[in-house]
Design a protein around this ligand. Structure first.
Ligand code: ATP
Ligand code: MG
Length: 475
């Protein structure tokens, strides 16, 4: 009797991903178009060492509901092979003793939850939803092995979109539509990584599906190139609010490294977004000069994490802080402790100044007015600059026109922070700032011609020839 084949790779990229040995590559990035078979390959990839009783694998997916989809798909393969699913978050227990754990990143502290653990295999689904490389590095720090013969390996799947687009592109050295695998060694750890491009047409299960192809072809510009073709070119962003301003800044050299000026204070502007995302802009300002010199964004951390970040920057970059600004409504937002954020911040020594309440549309106008004198330090604020570029109007598919409201997505936090900064720009004062008095410049030529000299006498007699009056003669 022939054994039933439950699953086998159906394209050469899938086969290649599965054959990469952990001793050759620590990190495997399988990325590109939608539907290339990346998730399917990840489920299979974890199976290699399921008979090793010491194997501990971790599967991470950003959203808990998406993680459940993954678990449902994995069950179809793992259960017939003998795995038993237990617990919440779900774990797959194998007859050998090997365990696959799963986790999402919705909860506070999720990125740090695995620090100190050991997972010899880590699968990160939809890496593009992880907003920063820092968080990714934190996650993969627990991909290591003390088990002889089991070398650690991380596999991640991603599409060229969302908050992770720019850092993933840089990490794997991507541009355009990659046709071949790309390999490199990490400059600091020396560990090797490889990117394998995924194309929809590689996947016979979808390539001939007219409905799926119609869906991909019908996507708006930018997203179509990313999802259908797997393109890593800068996306074309329709309805972007600050496209012209950013182009002008680039032309005028205001979009490059801006050094910290130790004579000016560093003011921080905070945005507390939904999903517990936090954005902090580090600004310096003097007359006709406003610079975003640094930027920090993260999610699922308490205030003390951000305060520690400020301290770290002060220590490492010698920042001397001025004021800290937060939006008006920050006072109203109650945390689980029943205290407002302002109160909690005060308890850890952070005093916030309030950003005035101004509507979004007016705020965007303010940003536009501030832009011509604004410098954005691109290397340190790359994430923010990318978000400013992505910040755009919502498109009304029915009326075929742009709405007046911005799209709420990964770029909103940085863009809101920029809006707040424009509203408090004048309040970013430096210590020792003196009130301004406008005095005209000193002229080079004499302006005294025709002006009679003050001879110290009473104005009535000024300029009068006293001699002619007859007094002088006496002397
Ligand atoms: N080797 C395979 N054999 C049979 N079907 C497959 C295989 N690989 C993928 N598929 C099917 O193709 C479809 C798309 O695959 P999958 O979801 O893994 O793609 P993906 O690259 O993860 O997509 P996305 O970019 O949307 O996350 C799924 O229905 C999946 O079951
Ligand atoms: Mg997938």
């Amino acid at each position: 009797m022939q054994t039933e084949v439950l699953w086998s790779p159906n394209s050469s990229p899938q086969r290649m991903v599965l054959q990469l040995k952990p001793e050759d590559f620590f990190e495997v990035g399988y990325g590109g178009a939608r539907g290339g078979g990346k998730t399917a390959a990840g489920i299979a990839w974890l199976l290699y060492d399921k008979d090793n009783p010491h194997l501990r694998a971790l599967i991470i997916r950003k959203q808990s509901k998406d993680l459940n989809d993954w678990i449902d798909r994995a069950r179809q393969i793992y259960e017939p092979l003998g795995a038993v699913i237990k617990g919440n978050p779900a774990e797959f227990h194998w007859p050998s003793g090997a365990i696959f754990r799963t986790g999402h990143l919705n909860d506070a502290g999720a990125y740090s939850a695995y620090v100190g653990h050991e997972y010899q295999r880590m699968l990160i689904e939809e890496l593009n939803l992880i907003p920063s490389e820092e968080n990714y590095l934190k996650l993969i720090s627990s991909c290591r092995s003390t088990v002889a013969g089991l070398r650690p390996q991380v596999m991640s799947n991603f599409n060229p979109s969302d908050a992770g687009f720019y850092w993933i592109r840089k990490r794997f050295g991507l541009h355009g539509i990659p046709r071949k695998a790309i390999t490199m060694a990490d400059p600091s750890t020396g560990l090797r990584r490889i990117f394998i491009p995924a194309l929809t047409r590689d996947n016979p299960a979808l390539a001939s599906d007219p409905q799926y192809n119609a869906f991909l072809n019908g996507l708006p510009d930018g997203l179509r190139q990313a999802w259908r073709d797997g393109s890593w070119d800068d996306p074309i962003i329709k309805g972007a609010y600050y496209a012209n301003e950013l182009d002008q800044a680039r032309r005028e050299g205001r979009l490059q490294r801006v050094p910290y000026d130790p004579r000016l204070k560093v003011h921080t502007v905070w945005d507390l977004g939904i999903d517990d995302a936090m954005s902090i802009g580090f600004w310096q300002h003097k007359q006709n000069y406003t610079a975003l010199i640094d930027y920090y964004e993260n999610e699922n951390f308490g205030l003390d994490h951000y305060r520690a970040k400020l301290e770290e920057f002060a220590r490492d970059k010698k920042y001397s802080y001025g004021k800290h600004f937060a939006p008006h409504d920050v006072n109203r937002r109650e945390l689980s402790t029943g205290k407002t954020i302002i109160q909690l911040a005060a308890e850890i020594g952070l005093k916030f100044e309030k950003v005035p309440m101004v509507g979004v549309a007016d705020g965007i106008q303010h940003v536009r007015l501030m832009f011509p004198r604004t410098h954005l330090s691109e290397p340190t604020c790359e994430q923010a600059v990318n978000a400013f570029r992505n910040y755009r109007r919502e498109y009304d598919e029915e009326l075929l026109k742009f709405k007046d409201t911005p799209v709420h997505d990964w770029s909103s936090h940085a863009a809101d922070m920029l809006r707040y900064a424009s509203l408090v720009e004048d309040e970013m004062t430096n210590e020792g700032d003196i009130p301004q008095v406008v005095i005209p410049p000193r002229p080079r030529e004499s302006i005294y011609e025709g002006v009679e000299e003050d001879d110290g006498r009473h104005p009535m007699f000024r300029g009068v020839d006293i001699g002619k009056m007859g007094h002088e003669k006496a002397a």
